[in-house]
Design a protein around this ligand. Structure first.
Ligand code: ZN
Length: 658
């Protein structure tokens, strides 16, 4: 283990530009460096490295973070691996904390289990290729399934003949302990027989390509024999953190920026053989968080291929909310009835298959909405249940902009006002946040760095991923106004406003004190409240506070905002370009005073407009129910609200048509 102090030393020594340049060629632009993004395919560089802030950010795919994040993402390193790499680069000596005897024993056991698995892998391959039974039974089976020999070899497929203890016998000859074979699940629990007999064998690799387990498909036609059996869970095989094919597919997944999920081993193999290599299989179980995180290490885009009837698909959809929570973009592809990916690709060929799945891919939430809507058929109670169900899914999406887009789409699909859906989701989000806060409060030390546990990065950034900010700005939703406030707090919070004799944060927070709980975006609300608390304690805000925040969401947001602002900064020779009409204007980063006032007014306008909208709905309802008294009261409120809106609009020079 690496001592915490050394971890700090390594992190302080790491220069983002030096680390990135080991893998990507960069050129200078202003104080930044730019290059072609290694995480997605592009022809014009949008990959930015900012030496001042020591972060990178891609404005194409959104990836961003520090040197450690870069190594973890680019090299598939674990946190300790990234630290060791950096330590070597910067000649920092790691005085490893002495492993405890238990830890050492655990490590040694894992090493020996891998060795035994490697031995078994070779054994199964020999049985497949070099024995008469292997050739006539297993090789013939693979060939009949259309699997070529090069594919068989690259996936390490093999054969376990139908003999009681062939593997055990051979292991004894070369000196492998029977106890280890039992521990890794290659023999029966009593250690007398081979676990896999009369089966074609599929090795299951971990992400670094080591064989962690096996799956075996029976060659028997006896219906009582289970078709597939798997190695049991062991020290080196945790089922819910494993995806079949993840090792073979990770490069293609990253290049295509998409992961295709299928059900079976042969689906993965067959698609690979057809040249579609960004495929993994969940092996039947519904997706777990650990598996989704594995996917997220390489892409945010998940395409799930389903074969089966609508009822089966509906059941499968229930398991997908976890994927939304991980901020994955999930698409669903239904295969024609009676086809699985394996049969279908063999039937129509890889090109037509690729066309089919990109044409037929449907967004998960919209797909689910349509599927469930068909069932409700004008039954209002069932429809109410459906709305709750769908909003429950949408509420899980961490990205507010994406959420907003879904609400818009679903509003028209379900014929329910966007406002109602909006409030419904926000309620759900707030409930979830409260639950989460409770959970964290009940786990002492959960949110803090624990000394001595340097091998686990606190809050691992599987993906420091937020939509490019520029995209957000074009949307004009309430969250943009809120985002603008948060941007100013993060970027300029501690800066003094010369005319006002206070800081940007003081100006903003004193002005919207009463609105602090009215943020639509819970994260922004949390940040604003936190800033307020800091000011109350007499502290000053600085960008570093957010960049080093213990919450991943806040770190990510800060990286995004700061990287974005640096991106649009003026080039160093800007001052020399005397003829530029802009020349008399202050640089945008110096203009935070005007910026702050404008953002504040826009924020307030937005909040007022929202109240106006709600009021309008109420007027409609009062009108509908014939409640005249209420109607008159609401109309008076409406006029008052409009006056205030007009006043603020006049001040900001914004024309608001309402
Ligand atoms: Zn990129």
């Amino acid at each position: 283990m690496i001592p915490a102090q050394t971890v700090r030393e390594i992190i302080d020594a790491a220069r983002i530009e030096e680390v990135v340049e080991e893998f990507v060629s960069l050129r200078k632009r202003g104080i930044n460096r730019i290059g072609l993004c290694p995480f997605h395919n592009e022809k014009t560089p949008s990959f930015n490295v900012n030496p001042t802030r020591n972060i990178f950010k891609c404005f194409g795919c959104g990836k961003g973070g520090d040197a450690i994040t870069f190594l973890m993402e680019h090299e598939n390193f674990t946190y300790p691996e990234a630290l060791r790499w950096l330590a070597r680069k910067y000649n920092i000596e790691i005085q490893e904390v002495e492993q405890s005897p238990e830890q050492r024993a655990e490590q040694q056991l894992a090493d020996s289990l891998y060795i035994v698995n490697d031995f078994a892998l070779e054994h199964f391959q020999t049985q497949l290729f070099d024995t008469d039974e292997g050739k006539s039974v297993a090789l013939a089976y693979f060939k009949q399934r259309g699997i070529r020999e090069d594919t068989i070899r690259s996936f390490g497929l093999g054969y376990a003949p139908n003999l009681p203890d062939l593997l055990l016998q051979r292991a004894k000859v070369v000196g492998h302990s029977p106890e280890l074979l039992r521990k890794v699940g290659l023999s029966s629990q009593d250690g007398n027989r081979d676990f896999f007999r009369g089966r074609v064998m599929f090795p299951i690799h971990n992400l670094s390509g080591k064989v962690a387990a096996f799956a075996g498909r029976t060659m028997s036609s006896d219906k009582k024999v289970p078709k597939y059996i798997n190695s049991p869970e062991t020290e080196i095989y945790v089922k819910n953190k494993t995806l079949y094919g993840a090792f073979q597919s990770k490069k293609a997944i990253r290049q295509k920026d998409e992961c295709i999920l299928v059900e079976g081993y042969t689906d993965v193999i067959s698609l690979h053989q057809a040249g579609i290599e960004n495929v993994v299989a969940s092996s039947g179980t519904s997706l777990t968080e650990g598996q989704l995180q594995l996917i997220k290490r390489n892409t945010n885009n998940l395409k799930i291929l389903y074969d089966g009837d609508p009822a089966g698909v509906k059941a499968a959809l229930r398991g997908l909310d976890l994927a939304l929570e991980q901020d994955l973009n999930v698409k669903i592809v239904l295969l024609p009835e009676g086809e699985d990916p394996d049969s279908f690709v063999q039937q129509i060929g890889s090109e037509a298959f690729g066309e089919y799945i990109s044409k037929e891919a449907k967004d998960f939430i919209l797909f689910k909405t349509q599927l469930l809507l068909e069932e409700t058929q004008g039954d209002p109670i069932r429809k109410a249940g459906l709305i709750k169900d769908i909003m429950g899914s949408i509420a899980l999406i961490p990205d507010p902009i994406k959420r907003g887009l879904y609400l818009k789409e679903c509003s028209s699909l379900m014929d329910v006002s966007e406002q109602v859906l909006y409030e419904e989701t926000n309620k759900l989000i707030n409930v979830a946040l409260r639950k989460k806060a409770d959970r964290e409060a009940r786990q002492p030390g959960a949110a803090t760095d624990m000394p001595g546990r340097a091998d686990d990065r606190p809050d691992i950034p599987e993906q420091e991923m937020v939509k490019p900010v520029r995209e957000n700005v074009a949307k004009g939703s309430s969250e943009i106004r809120e985002w603008d406030i948060i941007r100013l707090l993060i970027q300029f919070g501690g800066q003094e406003l010369t005319d006002e004799n206070m800081t940007v944060a003081e100006l903003i927070l004193s002005d919207i004190e009463e609105s602090l709980t009215a943020f639509d975006n819970p994260l922004y609300g949390q940040i604003a409240a936190e800033c307020h608390a800091l000011l109350t304690e007499g502290k000053t805000l600085a960008p570093a506070y957010f960049l080093e925040h213990e919450s991943k969401a806040i770190r990510t947001l800060a990286i995004d905002i700061l990287a974005e602002s640096d991106r649009w900064q003026y080039s160093p020779n800007w001052e020399d370009m005397k003829d530029l009409p802009l020349q008399s204007q202050p640089k945008p980063e110096m203009n935070f005073s005007a910026d702050s006032h404008k953002a504040l007014n826009m924020f307030k306008l937005q909040k007022l407009n929202k109240i106006l909208e709600i009021n309008k709905e109420r007027i409609k309802m009062a009108d509908h129910s014939g409640d005249l008294e209420e109607l008159v009261r609401l109309q008076k409120v409406h006029i008052k609200l409009q006056e205030v809106v007009r006043e603020i609009s006049r001040r900001t020079g914004t024309i608001v048509l309402r």
